[in-house]
Design a protein around this ligand. Structure first.
Ligand SMILES: [Zn+2]
Length: 531
């Protein structure tokens, strides 16, 4: 392979005219990174490598260099292009399109404008959008059911189907407990199969059947009662399967007898139980709404001791020092110090159980931090960091909450940096952090809560600390994404700004920051009637 490289470079250099730029666009499907497509720029227009584009879009290219005819086949539809012709045959019908195709280095390139055109959308039934700033080509589809995920709780397994709109559904249960839900008008991007190792549910399948998306839940041995309901913002269908309590006589360990158990037998299912949802359940809260044949389960936030669990996450640590500093404390040290002060304040509250992801200078991978939070069954996750910028004039605090998209390019840059630690992690290091970021992030159920908490903490920071406000922002932080609780990430100030860094080197100021976060958390708790 190596021997061929110089030749390739030589060929590329010969074939590419000086003014042309060979580049790439990123293709995203359903908000998830799907791959790269080579581009060719000519006279101000971009062209896509037809073969790479077709492959990523799920189609095929038939290219006849001699006759100059290129056929793009996809989803049973066909578009034919001819070299040096403005006439394009879309499913047999001729449409006019300026400069649709060029040939370079023996490869056929198709105009990017064609992919984003109405002709394309009409031909294949989905639309592509191109963002020149990010070089992202995104399939914005008629897909209405975007993904499925599950969350194992001690008392139940929650299956969540994410939808683009509140689609009607009908659930049914077979004699063998196989539970299926038809989602009318549901179009899935791809079939999905999840195996669930929690004993309640064994597997989840998301399938396409004509105009209906079909979710099939295979029961595990502890499959209990099921309730299905819709939640909004984002629109999603939730199926809660309660964990069947194993009767005492079957208990192997002979542990303390359980409460009078749930019905030993799974819900009597004579033939098929049909559950039709009432239209538009208004549900900002996560409270399951009982449906016929289902049963209401307590929300996670209302079980247990009643004390709310808060996880404080001091960013970085150990071999990962964090961002660049001008002088004084390293980011990992600032973070830990603020976190410890915050811990002491929250620990003093009756209403909370508090824990830290680290309380020493140790390296903890990002994924482990969210696992720690989830195992602790956190109701809130607060990650603490300090900022850095190339421009030393940049200063102030920022409060981030988890979001699929960054609120601005700066927010994206901050998230990139904080996520970059993934490269330091052993084994599971992803070579391309962008791929991680771009993965479907619609799965965070706690966006709204995160934004509320961020707003309250930001107001207190403004009032109680010397740092100027740069506001509440959104970005895709890995550490927030993996947690199943509302989460914020606080960037206290800029280590690259001498005034901010002086403040952060000062213990009294760090305590002011901790106090501000604490006050924000208390306001949030009040609002949520946590105490
Ligand atoms: Zn950081």
């Amino acid at each position: 392979m190596l021997k061929r490289l110089p030749l390739l470079f030589l060929l590329a250099a010969l074939c590419v005219p000086a003014q042309a730029r060979v580049d790439q666009v990123t293709y995203m499907k359903n908000g998830a990174y799907a791959g790269k497509i080579g581009t060719y720029a000519l006279a101000g227009a971009s062209y896509l490598d037809s073969r790479q584009a077709a492959k990523l879009l799920g189609g095929k290219i038939y290219w006849a260099p001699v006759s100059g005819k290129l056929t793009l086949q996809m989803k049973g539809k066909t578009v034919v292009f001819y070299m040096k012709s403005e006439s394009v045959l879309v499913n047999g019908e001729s449409v006019t399109f300026p400069n649709p195709m060029i040939v370079r280095g023996g490869k056929a390139f198709l105009a990017l404008d064609f992919f984003t055109s109405k002709h394309f959308a009409d031909a294949f039934g989905f639309r592509l959008d191109f963002n020149p700033e990010t070089s992202v080509l995104a399939a914005s589809r008629e897909v209405t059911v975007t993904s499925v995920n599950y969350f194992s709780h001690p008392d139940k397994t929650r299956v969540v189907v994410y939808m683009e709109e509140p689609l009607e559904f009908q659930a049914s249960q077979k004699e063998n407990n196989l539970y299926s839900v038809n989602i009318f008008g549901g179009v899935i991007a791809r079939e999905e199969r999840l195996s669930v190792p929690d004993g309640v549910v064994r597997g989840i399948d998301l399938l396409q059947e004509n105009k209906t998306a079909r979710l099939v839940i295979s029961p595990g041995e502890n499959f209990g009662k099921v309730s299905a309901f819709r939640l909004s913002d984002p629109d999603r269908l939730v199926i809660d399967v309660s964990k069947l309590v194993v009767p005492v006589s079957q208990s192997i360990t002979g542990d303390a007898p359980a409460e009078p158990s749930a019905p030993a037998a799974p819900p009597a299912a004579e033939g098929v139980t049909v559950i039709t949802p009432s239209a538009g359940i208004p549900a900002p809260a996560e409270q399951p709404v009982p449906t016929a044949g289902g049963m209401a389960l307590p929300d996670k936030l209302q079980t247990g001791s009643g004390r709310k669990k808060i996880v404080i996450d001091p960013g970085h640590g150990g071999k990962d020092p964090g961002g660049q500093k001008l002088f004084g404390l390293k980011e990992k040290e600032i973070n830990l110090s603020v976190a410890k002060a915050l811990y002491d304040l929250l620990k003093g509250e009756e209403a909370f159980d508090v824990m830290m992801t680290r309380d020493t200078d140790e390296f903890i991978p990002l994924a482990d931090r969210s696992v720690i939070a989830n195992n602790f069954k956190a109701d809130m996750f607060i990650s603490i960091h300090a900022n850095a910028a190339r421009n030393r004039a940049e200063k102030g605090f920022e409060i981030y909450f988890m979001s699929e998209k960054a609120s601005d390019p700066w927010a994206a840059e901050v998230a990139d940096f904080e996520n970059s630690v993934i490269g330091l992690e052993d084994g599971g290091g992803q070579s391309d952090p962008a791929a991680l970021l771009l993965h479907s992030m619609a799965r965070n159920e706690y966006l709204n809560e995160g934004s509320q908490l961020a707003g309250l903490v930001s107001a207190e920071m403004e009032k109680r600390t010397p740092f100027v406000s740069r506001g509440v922002k959104q970005a895709a932080f890995y550490v927030l994404r993996g947690t199943y609780s509302p989460g914020i990430l606080v960037e206290v100030g800029f280590m690259t700004n001498s005034s901010d860094q002086k403040h952060m080197n000062n213990k009294a100021t760090r305590e002011k920051v901790a106090n501000a976060i604490y006050r924000g958390v208390m306001k949030y708790a009040e609002m949520k009637k946590w105490k």
